[in-house]
Design a protein around this ligand. Sequence first.
Ligand code: FMN
Length: 341
Amino acid sequence: MRQVTNCTETTIKGTQPNYTGSSLFSVAPMMDWTDRHFRYFARLMTQHALLYTEMVTTGALLYGDAKRYLAYDQSEHPIAIQLGGSNPSDLAKCAKLAEEAGYDEVNLNVGCPSDRVQNNMIGACLMAHPQLVANCVKAMQDAVSIPVTVKHRIGINGRDSYAELADFVDVIAQAGCSQFTVHARIAVLEGLSPKENREAPPLRYDIAAQLVNDFPDLSFVVNGGIKTFEQCNEHLKTFAGVMLGREAYHNSWMLAQVDEHIFGQPNNRLTRTQVLNALRPYIEKNQRAGTNIHHITRHILGIAQGFPGSRRFRQLLSSDIFKAENPLKVYDQAVETLQGR
Ligand SMILES: Cc1cc2nc3c(=O)[nH]c(=O)nc-3n(C[C@H](O)[C@H](O)[C@H](O)COP(=O)(O)O)c2cc1C
């Protein structure tokens, strides 16, 4: 296990200088899931993991409510923003906005297979256009001094050979990108839904590992299907980091063990109850600002996964809380089901 002492400053041996230790374990960008409320909650459990935003399109940032899209709590650092787009000049402007807002990294989405984004030339379809991605990365890098990274697949249908993958990485690396997150399955751009595209094409960690072998000067974080710390630490023998998506969300209590199991920190002895008590003032603050409590509590159901009282906990927070006159009271009842543990 590689160990770090300070997540924002420590550089992992053998990787690029700007590749900070927090990338050893990251929580994946997930639309509708990794919003600022989930990230705040996640940060109560892990100080070191790198947290990704949901994807934000360049259109949303440049023509929408940029302030709202860029908003986050200072406690969320280290935090990376993921951008969706394929216009180099727009991406450069958005990267600059992200840097000014204090983000630690800007990531380009080259992995999302949904039709909606494909029609706008966003996401996995860009794997067929390495030079365009390289131009985007170069424009972003010229605009900012924070790391610019790329999250991609190992291929797309019709372009799924290792030679094409290596060419993709090579062209983008030549544009100056040194940090890649590889979702280790191809994306099928026609006929599979985004959900099926996270399950149906087989995981090929061996192909991602081949990239590590062939591009020793680049950093590769592996993503896809990782669920346990044993698996994380096995992958960390090969890769510069692991990125977890669904497991980190559905079984969020695992995040309380990340600092110990991945970053070599002493056991934080946190209980679920402590985490939820620490979240309470944040909920109150957001309620006062007009946020519906459900927008926050919908993200916390995973903290009770595997706990004997989890059924009641979930019922209170996903059903009873809607009917309650005082939803915070239901929140407190839900926390009580965890019996201080
Ligand atoms: C609800 C949901 C939304 C997602 N949204 C994004 C996204 O905005 N950008 C992205 O690059 N990947 C997105 N993904 C893919 C994840 O980042 C990750 O690559 C994928 O879930 C595989 O990792 P896992 O097996 O650990 O979940 C999403 C996944 C889920 C489940």
